[in-house]
Design a binder for this molecule. Structure first.
Ligand code: KG4
Ligand code: ZN
Length: 339
């Protein structure tokens, strides 16, 4: 019998089914496989019922595939980690039930993982950041800020009071008929805008407010107003979309920058991790690294492949929970909310 030394991690909080395996003795990620659901494209947004049904089909196939490819037998698993909050409840339950079933049948411990916490540590397989640090998760469902003192000592100190940054990128892309998810389309158009001084004057919400909270709905409304006018004038062309996309990413970047700088200064921190799907965006990555970097802060952004939802990041926290004997019982529930 081969040695029992692997951890399996599952992630299914939204529209990505993802499975990862890590080697606990070497503390190394072995492999991660992610299936991004495309059934939602025609609806211009995630349809929760369809997402759950697709996870139900894909999770067992991914588990089978990753084990086969890496010649690992189910009996060699010694720990299961699984996202159990926050997210779409039906989607979360698909991953959680799979994790609990494996845990029960294989008689191995498992632990639930907070999706936002796993985004924070997504880059740790490659490079660790010394505690304490500031972290921001900028995704389709969240735009939150955290003070991170340790893997298990994390305080949420800010959040979006309305829409998340990715949510407005998806909504504006939908209004422009660009496709779903909207972020990559907005990035493509923004990159082709070559007059950086010529911008739509968009607001940078909450910039001056004495809070770590963010807000993006005012920015979305401002874009809608500009778009409505352009549609009425018949001036929506590639040039217009590029200028709007570039202006929008500029306002999002300014907003994240203002809040990050304030928190880093107030809390006397030197390092910040910025993760989440929206941080795949090269313009945001470059701008935030440059601006916060020139203020003297160290900016850590996980590789683009680890910014989107994936089970490798769940595996990392799972490994820490395993080391610290932090297990959950089989009656652990999924939760749509953060707590
Ligand atoms: O973290 P994530 O994969 O899922 C959530 O937990 O929400 O983030 C998905 C979000 C979507 O809103 C998508 O449009 C956005 O990330 N996104 C991007 C890019 N790629 C994905 N936003 C801007 N630029 C991109 N290249
Ligand atoms: Zn996410």
């Amino acid at each position: 019998m081969k040695k029992k030394k692997y951890l399996m991690a599952l992630e299914s909080s939204c529209d990505d089914s993802s499975v990862a395996v890590a080697d606990l003795s070497k503390k190394q990620l072995v492999d991660v496989m992610t299936y991004s659901q495309d059934i939602h494209r025609m609806f211009g947004g995630v349809v929760p019922e369809l997402a759950s049904r697709d996870h139900l089909k894909k999770i067992p196939l991914l588990i089978d595939k990753i084990l086969m490819k890496n010649s690992i037998h189910l009996r060699q698993l010694s720990f299961i980690a699984c996202t159990n909050r926050p997210g779409l409840i039906g989607s979360l339950l698909m991953g959680l039930m799979s994790a609990k079933t494996l845990s029960y049948l294989l008689k191995i411990p498992f632990s639930g993982v907070n999706h936002l916490y796993s985004h924070i540590f997504a880059g740790f397989w490659d490079r660790k950041v010394k505690f304490p640090f500031l972290a921001m998760v900028i995704s389709g469902g969240h735009s939150d800020m955290f003070l991170v003192r340790d893997y298990t000592d994390i305080s949420r100190i800010g959040f979006t009071v309305d829409d998340a940054a990715g949510e407005i990128l998806d909504k504006i892309a939908k209004e422009l008929d660009l496709g779903y998810p909207g972020g990559p389309f907005i990035e493509k158009y923004a990159k082709s805008w070559d007059s950086p001084e010529d911008l739509f004057g968009l607001p940078v919400p909450m910039k001056k407010k004495n809070t770590y909270n963010l807000s993006f709905s005012g920015l979305k409304t401002a874009c809608y107003i500009i778009l409505k006018k352009a549609k009425a004038e018949g001036s929506v062309d590639d040039n217009f979309i590029s200028k709007l996309s570039f202006s929008l990413l500029g306002a999002i970047s300014d907003s994240i920058y203002a809040k990050a700088k304030k928190a880093l200064k107030d809390l006397s921190l030197t390092d910040i991790i910025i993760g989440g799907g929206v941080m795949r965006n090269m313009i945001l990555r470059e701008r935030l690294s440059l601006r916060l970097g020139s203020d003297g802060y160290r900016v850590h952004i996980p590789g683009p492949e680890y910014c989107s939802d994936n089970a490798a990041m769940v595996a990392y926290l799972g490994m820490i929970y395993h080391e610290r004997n932090l297990h959950d019982s089989l009656d652990l529930n999924a939760s749509p909310g953060f707590d």
